[in-house]
Design a protein around this ligand. Sequence first.
Ligand SMILES: [Zn+2]
Length: 68
Amino acid sequence: MAKCPVCQGAVDEAAAKAQTGMTPGGAKEVDPTMGTRQFHDGTWYYFDSLDCRNKFTRNPDGYLQGSA
Ligand SMILES: [Zn+2]
């Protein structure tokens, strides 16, 4: 089980990766209420909500300090 680097909450990786739809352009769509993820510095990070991902996007190094 992945952990949200922002709030340390548990994230269901399978749900975050599950494809829920397709955009008209063919891009994969994921249900953001099921968790989300972001590729940063060679690693996928999983988040329990878009809110947490937005915080991480603004200051990734601040949330990754001490966890490496
Ligand atoms: Zn979180």
